[in-house]
Design a protein around this ligand. Sequence first.
Ligand code: HEM
Length: 498
Amino acid sequence: MASVQYPSDAPAATSRGVLTTANGNPVDHNQTSLTAGEYGPVALQDFHLIDKLAHFDRERIPERVVHAKGAGAHGYFEVTKDVSHLTCAKFLGRVGKRTPVFTRFSTVGGELGSADTARDPRGFAVKFYTEEGNFDMVGNNTPVFFIRDPIKFPDFIHTQKRHPQTHLPDATMMWDFWSLVPESLHQVTILMSDRGIPNGYRHMHGYSSHALKFVSQDGSYRYVKWHFRTEQGIKNILPAEAARLAGTDPNYATRDLFDAIERGEHPAWRVYVQVIEPEQALKYRFNPFDVTKVVSQKDFPLHEVGRMVLNRNPENYFAEVEQAAFCPSHMVPGIAPSPDRMLQGRLFSYADTHRHRLGANYLQIPINRPLNGANTHQRDGAMAINGNGGSAPNYEPNSFGGPAQNNLPAQTHARGVAVTGELARHTYELTDDDFAQAGDLFNLFTAEQKDRLATVIASSLSQVPLFIQKRQLAHFYRADKDYGRRVEAALKAAGSKI
Ligand code: HEM
């Protein structure tokens, strides 16, 4: 089952030099500890032993609080259509231009060792190493999300994780939350549909989900939603097969990505944006910054931008994949945030968790380091390994030289956005619009897919208290009568007293 191609015969011994301690002292023996006599205790002065054990004791860093299980690969992004009239981002400046990328795919709720075939959204995070620093597109394989206000995120994630007492995944927590937060219905419908279990990471699309801004040199801007469309075609795994793989090959997607790249089958995605002018955003029939909804491609068609190809596996999983830190607030000049509340919450959350997970100097780790080099007045902190600014001034303004701001308006932000209104907690009203897109999606499915959707929902929903089933069933009916009827029938078939 191993993905690395080991030779069948023992290879000829190749010398990689003398084994040393981490501080470079030659190691005389790596198989036997230093003991006082043959039956005596181990000596504390065996630095090599102590350092080996002590380093081992610290091998694990905290796993990502979400998206812990994942796989990544290197590649490039190439511009295929001119978008220089839409953004001054240099990496998008001319057709044919290539930018190195590192992409990490993941499941969301499970721990580092969990099965790749879980029913779960998939993370789709791309780090573009541009000449103006890194741009991270931290999206999912779904164009929408369960909630539209970041204040709900920790609660939502708690329902996807383990029960505080039993330490088991708990269907009641999930459906209790979803039924009380019905704007989740669109994403719940995707999750419970065939697309809820993609066949590996190569056969799925990726989306920014949020709108971002493309900004021109003159400060004018428009909103864009990113779409990465798989060239491998969409493929999903049916529930019984997913369950089998969870037992027999829990690293199915990780292996599939690694092996395909080793075979020279380099997965690729065509990259598009939907472009929304600010005045169109204001007039749109619903809030285009509500991440529980898609913005119709009939209203805002896809514009091709480029192509992403993944063609190189990591040399070392921990160094490159586990230590990768993607952050929606890493944006280059020409790309800026939209007012999407969820995105705004994420602009804070990722760098914050990276400082916790990887340390204050996480941007000095090679996989996260910008290729153009960072030039800051930040100093010190644990693991300051980049020379720490040497003897250069560590403050600004100063009279002794050093990096200075470039005063280009488009480089910081788009032309001012007028903000009016009272500082208050402006609650989203729940309207029929919050159910319509779930119903529309349901109606795109074939009869067979609708049946499967209802069965998958019922197999989980039937396990939870009846009052929650009833509350959730009303949402399916509100999305579409046939959706409600099918789920109700499937619940009864699964033994529910509904
Ligand atoms: C990972 C927070 C919503 C996509 C994470 C991590 C945190 C987080 C703390 C772990 C990062 C790490 O340890 O490196 C949040 C918050 C959200 C939110 C607070 C809402 C307010 C979303 C949404 C998407 C998304 C809407 C997709 C559109 C991802 C991805 C990763 C991730 C792809 C994994 C990145 C990687 O591969 O390292 N999120 N998230 N998240 N999140 Fe979110």
